[in-house]
Write a protein that binds this ligand. Structure first.
Ligand SMILES: [Zn+2]
Length: 195
């Protein structure tokens, strides 16, 4: 797959619930590999962003398969973990707002509240169940991706238009709503992780 396989809003597929994988086989592996390829190719064309994760619906495949980058700080590490039928089994803490981006929402970032800690269960490419406890940005990524498997895009969670920003070619954010100040992003622009 290539970055051209990644669909963007308003494609109605992005609002559809994905189906569970009943039996993990070679086609599941092929799908996951294609998703990773597409994410890395997308990233190669972006100066100020990195591809943190992707859900299968973003390449128009309505299956509950998610790939997540193993290292969010080192772009040269191109390895991912595959999560099949991922499910959040527990959330902890008070939701916190941070800027979030998406490969299916070009150049737009929004402030979204997410739980700081989640426990996730999934199955791997060998069909074996496993669990992960995630905090911080990884916890945010899981909530964003599992939303995708349920037909929810991050912009659906941004009810206040003043919390949406455009990432400009120079790596700076400009507010979409008139009269708003640009956000004080905690991360440098070249560290913005899209999912
Ligand atoms: Zn996304």
């Amino acid at each position: 797959m290539t970055s051209k396989d990644i669909i963007t809003i308003p494609n109605p597929l992005l609002r559809e619930r994905s189906k569970r994988i009943g039996h993990v086989d070679a086609s599941t592996q092929e799908l996951a590999e294609g998703m990773i390829e597409a994410t890395l190719e997308w990233e190669a064309g972006r100066e100020h962003e990195f591809g943190a994760a992707l859900a299968a619906i973003q390449v128009a495949q309505a299956y509950r398969v998610v790939v997540i980058r193993n290292d969010f700080d080192d772009k040269s590490n191109k390895s991912f973990t595959v999560f099949i039928n991922p499910e959040i089994v527990k959330v902890e803490g008070v939701p916190q707002e941070e800027l979030e981006g998406c490969l299916s929402v070009s150049d737009i970032y929004g402030s979204v509240a997410r739980y700081p800690k989640v426990k996730v269960k999934a199955i791997n490419l060998d069909g074996k169940p496993f669990r992960v406890t995630a905090t911080g940005f990884l916890a945010r990524v899981f909530q964003h991706e599992i939303d995708h498997t349920n037909g929810i895009v991050f912009v659906d969670r941004v009810t206040d238009p003043r919390k949406l920003y455009r990432l400009e070619a120079d790596g700076k954010f400009t507010p979409l709503a008139a009269g708003e100040a640009s956000p004080k992003a905690k991360a440098a622009p070249n560290e913005m992780g899209a999912q």
